[in-house]
Design a protein around this ligand. Sequence first.
Ligand code: FAQ
Length: 311
Amino acid sequence: PPEPLQEHFDATIAHDRRIEPRDWMPDGYRKTLIRQIAQHAHSEIIGMQPEGEWITRAPSLRRKAILFAKVQDEAGHGLYLYSAAETLGADRADLTERLIEGRQKYSSIFNYPTLSFADVGVIGWFVDGAAICNQVPLCRSSYGPYARAMVRICKEESFHQRQGYELLMTMMRGTEAQRAMVQDAVDRWWWPSLMMFGPPDDASPNSARSMAWKIKRHSNDELRQRFVDMTVPQAEKLGVTLPDPELRRNEERGHHDFGTPDWEELTRVIKGDGPCNAQRIQRRRSAHEEGAWVREAATAHAAKQAARAAK
Ligand code: FAQ
């Protein structure tokens, strides 16, 4: 790269200033950002499915309206993120193609089934809670459009998390059967939620580079620890048991010690072999194909408007 441009980029990062779309940036920086932002966008869009399945089966009108709004927010997050990727020169249609052809990833967590309505609460509590831990630091990410998108997304995620916790509080005040449903959902979602933070630091090929570029601000293990520390007192208050016999407060470290997630399971799920991978992609593909007429109509409408404006 021409030296003054690289120097300017390095200085911008060193001074914690933002890189903006028109600034020069190394190819690797651009590629890493497109990879991470696209994966993040795909996660929001695929993430609509597990909870979306419960919209028609929500136990009351109030719960249905809340869930509808939450799933709609996720669509919004996906769209902001695709827009952020477009500022780097990516093409949204191309990113969608890559997702449905299995050439780009999305979060492992959305490949697990939602077996009861308690899962909706636990997703809000754990999955949105994990998303907040991971994304609050991304509000200070070095790439301007990504960092700014995160600000609004985090506000909405925090609302989603409270929604989940409140749902679970209500169920825990209910019948014995309802409490058992909550505990069962906690047992199934705990370990997959810890896996959302990615592989352990010594097996995370992208972390060092992304942290040097200040795209990521903390390592996968640091954020996982933060999530465990945040969640343990919430579990106590709720009255559920987290399914990890090794979980205990370590006064010396000032953190909770916890067991090791099944990393082979994470690898399998990322590679496409989780409980719901095929179903999630199949549904995304058919929604895309069935929406073709909407895209065609919108394009025709835009062309007509442009022609009218040019007259
Ligand atoms: N699942 O070297 P690293 C949400 C991949 S929250 C699948 O550590 P990196 C909100 C990784 O891409 C969920 N793949 O990678 C919501 C890489 O593969 P590649 C989305 C994973 O990027 C809530 C390889 O493994 N959040 O949607 C996973 O430095 C409720 C090696 O890993 C974000 O995307 C995984 N769990 O760190 C919606 C946050 N972990 O690309 C609906 C932004 C790792 O080299 C309902 N992303 N991989 O082929 C990030 O912070 C990072 O990308 C990490 C991974 C931390 C996920």
